[in-house]
Design a protein around this ligand. Structure first.
Ligand SMILES: Cc1cc2nc3c(=O)[nH]c(=O)nc-3n(C[C@H](O)[C@H](O)[C@H](O)COP(=O)(O)OP(=O)(O)OC[C@H]3O[C@@H](n4cnc5c(N)ncnc54)[C@H](O)[C@@H]3O)c2cc1C
Length: 384
């Protein structure tokens, strides 16, 4: 749903200009240093990027899902590490509070997430609970007006920068699987909370992950999201439905960028006396990429509109994430091929995108998990 096209166009133009003029020139530097320069972070805050999908009453922009994916298409025109920094506030690190938080939790945390004063992380995955997130073992035992958390979370995006963590932990040890899991807001600096070393990753340098460790970490009971036990896994799944549409949107944006770079290169690079873009085998790679990006873009917008309509988009979100992330990696592969030897050298940047986008098929549910979600929903619907 687009509330006001003119206002949205201004926002999209502003983001597009910021991406082109400020972020794109810094891509190589950020990859080399593994750090986003603080002045760029300050500009992201000024533009309101940390609060795109946080309601206006809490200082965010309150974008609808459709508006947000259109913004994400623009943000995708550069290295995905930039988006990663503010994406958790808008997505998995903030939405648990937006969707299911108590009025006090919303009041206490959303304004600071929206301004970028604090970063929010989402801590679901554990060393022995990845795709099977419902088997998580981090425990939260009630003790007076606190819960005592013990366990380890793995690969947590923005954990080194985070001011708060949305943590899924088991409050009912007798309940198996996803039942018995509750969601908590844990503040940085809480005694018993510590971080592992920053992970060394294949790509997305500038975006950081690490372990988050809880050792008798005492969290006020008022930080139980929604004030209700044993609904934390449901909260996590609602957050992930939205997150998956956004991952699909970023895949579209980055694929468009890679294809634009590949097209430009193909028109400039000459072999056999003419631009390689004139060879039909190169054209096939360009055309297949264009068609697949168009298909993914259409899926993303459709899923976003359905979510804005209040419909259950579990299947659509999984379809969009599955197709767009696989598409993005195919486009990355073709882009490297079109660049030839230059595609393999870091100087041209395309190999960096190739490594960066590989993550999209893994996090927020692997492609295999999206397939399982889609098929399970189909079978359930057919049996109703
Ligand atoms: C850079 C990065 C950032 C991340 N950020 C976060 C974050 O912020 N918060 C968070 O909680 N997590 C985060 N994750 C974790 C991520 O969501 C998990 O890595 C992902 O869900 C897969 O879990 P796993 O790594 O344990 O793989 P596994 O679950 O061990 O899967 C290994 C392989 O087995 C396949 N597989 C598993 N089960 C099945 C099945 N039933 N049928 C068929 N195939 C199956 C998988 O698809 C995969 O191919 C991040 C991961 C990375 C790498």
């Amino acid at each position: 749903m687009i509330r006001d096209q003119e206002t949205l166009n201004i926002l999209l133009d502003t983001i597009s200009r910021f991406v082109r003029e400020r972020l794109v020139p810094q891509e190589a530097h950020v990859a080399e240093t593994d750090q986003i320069p603080p002045e760029l972070v300050a500009e992201m805050k000024e533009l309101g990027l940390f609060g795109l999908s946080i309601p206006e009453e809490f200082g965010g922009m309150g974008l609808t899902m459709e508006e947000e994916v259109l913004a994400t298409f623009e943000i995708g025109q550069t290295s995905p590490c930039f988006r990663s920094l503010f994406a958790t506030n808008n997505g998995i690190g903030g939405q648990g509070i937006v969707i299911d938080g108590t009025p006090e939790q919303k009041r206490d945390y959303l304004p600071r997430l929206a301004s970028g004063e604090i970063i929010g992380s989402f801590a679901l995955t554990e060393p022995d609970a990845g795709s099977d997130a419902g088997s998580l073992r981090t425990s939260a035992r009630r003790d007076g007006d606190h819960y005592v958390l013990n366990g380890t979370k793995r690969y947590i995006t923005n954990a080194p920068e985070a001011g708060i963590f949305t943590v899924m932990a088991r409050t009912n040890p007798d309940a198996k699987g996803p039942h018995g899991i509750s969601a908590f807001i844990v503040e940085k600096g809480t005694p018993g909370l510590s971080l592992g070393n920053i992970d060394k990753k294949m790509g997305q340098k500038g975006a950081h992950t690490c372990d988050v460790i809880f050792e008798d970490c005492r969290v006020p009971a008022s930080n139980l999201i929604g004030g209700k036990e044993e609904v934390g896994f449901k909260t996590a799944m609602k957050v992930l439905d939205k997150g998956r549409i956004n991952i699909a949107a970023i895949c579209v944006g980055v694929a468009e960028r890679m294809l634009a770079d590949a097209l430009r290169y193909a028109m400039e690079r000459k072999q056999f006396g003419k631009p390689i873009a004139e060879f039909q085998l190169i054209q096939a790679m360009l055309a297949d990429s264009k068609a697949e990006i168009y298909a993914a873009r259409t899926m993303v917008v459709d899923a976003a509109r359905k979510r804005d309509d209040g419909r259950d988009v579990g299947t659509e979100a999984a379809c969009a994430k599955l197709f767009a992330s696989e598409m993005c990696c195919r486009v990355a592969d073709r882009a490297v091929q079109i660049f030839g030897g230059a595609g393999y050298l870091s100087e041209y940047g395309i190999e960096r995108f190739y490594r960066d986008v590989r993550l999209f098929r893994i996090f927020e549910g692997t492609s295999q998990i999206q397939q399982l979600v889609i098929a399970r929903n189909m079978i359930r619907a057919a049996g109703e």
